[in-house]
Design a protein around this ligand. Sequence first.
Ligand SMILES: Nc1nc2c(ncn2[C@@H]2O[C@H](COP(=O)(O)OP(=O)(O)O)[C@@H](O)[C@H]2O)c(=O)[nH]1
Ligand SMILES: [Mg+2]
Length: 285
Amino acid sequence: MTIKWYPGHMGKAHQQISELIRTVDVIIEVLDARLPASSSNHMLEELRRNKPCIKVMNKNDLADPVVTKAWVRTFEKRTGILALPLSAKQHREVNQLIKLCQRLAPNRGKPGRTLRAMVVGIPNVGKSTLINTLAGKCLAKVGDKPAITTCAQQIDLRNGIVLSDTPGLLWPDMSDQVAAYRLATSGAIGAGALDYTNVGLFAADFMMHRYRELLMDRYKLADMPDSATAILERIGRRLGCLVAGGEVDLHRAAEAFLRELRAGKIGRVSLEEPTQISTQVIEEN
Ligand SMILES: Nc1nc2c(ncn2[C@@H]2O[C@H](COP(=O)(O)OP(=O)(O)O)[C@@H](O)[C@H]2O)c(=O)[nH]1
Ligand SMILES: [Mg+2]
């Protein structure tokens, strides 16, 4: 028998989201397009039951378009799920979300039949940014209608859709080491959770195997060094991350490299592909 155990606050959050989900017609799950599996929480699938769900693959501006397409195809094989890659600050892209909500709940969004939606996701995937863009100028809170357990307000999007103004917070699954390193590489979890130099080494190793050309172009590498440490040293030297005596400060090199990677300076990079994730994870997510 598997015993499921969650720390107290997680159990409570879980309970609250479960209750909120019951009150909505469509769930808007925000994921990071660069790591759609690792930035999800497998509990949501259980909590969702059969509620329609839109997987918003945010930060699409940073992700590899070919890999993103593969993720969309994988997600949409499942009933009641649509996937939408976007950048949360782009009004035109975010407006597509309204259309998808209407597609998933065709009997709602009409006078007297409000379509209720809520945004959920792990920290830093862009939930607040998305809600702000959705709310736009017509930000209007709909009276004092508390959603069941919290005093969440509703934002009237003025097209028959109301959105809970507080996103449901999920937590990432940190027990999976590779997922944890991908999350750290993306910036979703802060330094401190994992050693920064190790995260930099993980990212350098990934880039040298998967996005070799991008790495070589960005750092003007005439040849590819044969280890992640050697890559960080070359990058550190190029970016001037040195200590007295001219040695490379690996920690600072890792920081500078990760900063560039996260900002998209190296190119559009996806950290995981559907084929790398076990079927079980995809089905559960
Ligand atoms: N490049 C990029 N950054 C984004 C995008 N959406 C959000 N961000 C950034 O991601 C960070 C976290 O966003 P936030 O909305 O606070 O995430 P939340 O914790 O899920 O509410 C912020 O620095 C945002 O500016 C996007 O589409 N592209
Ligand atoms: Mg937020």
